[in-house]
Design a binder for this molecule. Sequence first.
Ligand code: GRF
Length: 201
Amino acid sequence: KNIVILISGRGSNMEAVVRAAKAEQWPARIAAVISNRADAQGLVFAAEQGIATAVVANKDYASRAEFDAALQQVIDGFAPDLVVLAGFMRILTEPFVEHYAGRMLNIHPSLLPLFPGMATHRQALDAGVTEHGATVHFVTAELDHGPAVASATVPVLPGDTEDSLSARVLVQEHLLYPRAIRLFIDDKLSIEHGQVRVDPQ
Ligand code: GRF
């Protein structure tokens, strides 16, 4: 199976997926890492691993529709079975999302449906919740609202800052995302009529 990973920056989740795929010898290939920013740090790691990289810069396109069309063309050049959003900071248009329906995952740093959107750790601290975390979900047209596949929970501790809380969540993201992707690769995860199905065993 071919996996294409989209990033915008640091790429630590992408790195966790690449490392897990290698260590566990997934029956899958990370076919490409694609960024919407040429300066995304994660591109360096991907290239070092011998993975094909590409940049489709949103700033070069006049509209979201044109950007998404160009991005789709590059992604599809790698014949992906699964598209993995890993810190990809662009809102995607409906035709793009529809094209990858049932084969595009995202990780969001909150316990969805709580705190969609940006600055999730700030939102969690401001709300005074005692638990926070990350969620892997299938991508649908509504931002951060696709059906959840799996989540990981961490405590919010007294004295937490955005930095301390995001670091605690990130450790869990790096475990959670490879696990969820592995299920998909092993044909144990799918979405049917908007319902997530995870096979036991
Ligand atoms: C992660 O917290 C991810 O959940 C969110 O953006 C961050 C990306 O970090 N969508 P990285 O680029 O994977 O290091």
